[in-house]
Design a binder for this molecule. Structure first.
Ligand code: APR
Length: 310
């Protein structure tokens, strides 16, 4: 029997997720959204079914607003949420998305209690915290997609700056999904050559800043809405590692219970993603400067989570 992937939210990221999951033949796909958008999701699903003959995949893809249809899903990817609108404060947005994530968490808990859940909705570190609290799922079953995206951006910018293949850029970005995330130049290499030896300190500073502001850079270009291609791919990489037991080591927002000196918060750390879900968090010995940066990102995530009052 095919695996089942439930996409909660069929907007910009949701539709790319559906396309990638189909093309990679990860399993059957359910796109769930609010009742007022269910027909659009049915249309997107049908469009993808009609793409199959050329896309060369076999999958059953449906759109719905009924949680019964996600029953028994192996993977759930949550992009449901509202974008910030004019006149809305950060707090207003937080409250709206807490409500949405709580509703989604209850639906997933009822119909897909065994699913590996990947949360994408922003503010990411807080939304994954809320989802985990509401479902009460074990920590290996819930992660937030952010570090995987931030790392992709870090690698892409380095490749662009140095004129090298992105395939040869290896590195990681830790911390919360916000402007004080922690790219680690010290541990980044280009074809095994340390980044610190082939890029100037000025170039590295520019790359760090661009990575931290990458989401905003795209929002400014779009004028409305946020990035969707790269967030979707990043979530699919995590889902694939789980479904195929690829055992990738990916930076994800995982529940830390002592790791990196963090207790009870979801924050971006290197995770082993296997058929067991978030199997293990790897700890990196950070320098004093990196530790100071990590403390700053913990403080930001702690503040947002405390505003959730959950
Ligand atoms: N249940 C299910 N779906 C919902 C709900 C809900 N309660 N509330 C909203 N949605 C749906 C919307 O109808 C919309 O189709 O979530 C979808 C979100 O899609 P977009 O607005 O296109 O947003 P997208 O670009 O996909 O980003 C989704 O990911 O990266 C983050 O910041 C981004 O929080 C945002 C999320």
């Amino acid at each position: 029997m095919r695996k089942k992937i439930a996409l909660i939210g069929g907007g910009q990221i949701g539709q790319i997720l559906a396309m990638l999951a189909a093309q990679k033949e990860l399993g059957d796909i359910v796109i769930l959204d609010v009742p007022g958008y269910a027909n659009v999701c049915k249309g997107k699903a049908l469009d993808l079914m009609e793409m199959a003959p050329h896309g060369n995949y076999d999958a059953n893809i449906i759109g719905t607003s009924d949680y019964k249809d996600i029953e028994g899903a192996d993977v759930v990817i949550v992009t449901a949420g509202k974008p910030r609108e004019a006149g809305m404060t950060r707090e207003d947005l937080l409250n709206v998305n807490i409500k949405i994530i709580t509703e989604v968490a209850n639906g997933v808990k009822q119909y897909a209690p065994k699913a590996f859940c990947i949360i994408v909705t922003n503010p990411l570190d807080a939304m994954v915290y809320v989802f985990h609290k509401v479902t009460g799922f074990p920590k290996h079953q819930v992660i937030g997609m952010a570090g995987t995206l931030d790392t992709a951006r870090w690698r892409a910018f380095i490749a662009m700056e140095l004129g090298v293949s992105v395939a040869d850029v290896a590195g990681t970005v830790l911390g919360g999904h916000g402007p004080d995330m922690v790219p680690l130049p010290r541990l980044t290499t280009v074809g095994s050559v340390p980044l610190t030896e082939i890029a100037t300190p000025e170039q590295i500073e520019k790359l760090v800043n661009r990575t931290r502001e990458a989401g905003t850079e795209i929002v400014k270009l779009f004028g409305k809405g946020s990035a969707f291609f790269s967030p979707a791919w990043s979530a699919i990489v995590i889902a694939e590692s789980y479904l195929k037991d690829k055992r990738r080591v990916l930076p994800c927002a995982a529940l830390c219970e002592g790791e990196y000196g963090v207790n009870g918060l979801f924050i971006g750390v290197p995770c082993l993603i296997s058929a067991k879900g978030m199997e293990k968090i790897f700890e990196i010995k950070l320098t004093e400067e990196e530790k100071a940066q990590f403390q700053k990102t913990i403080a930001s995530v702690t503040k947002t989570v405390s505003e959730c009052k959950i």
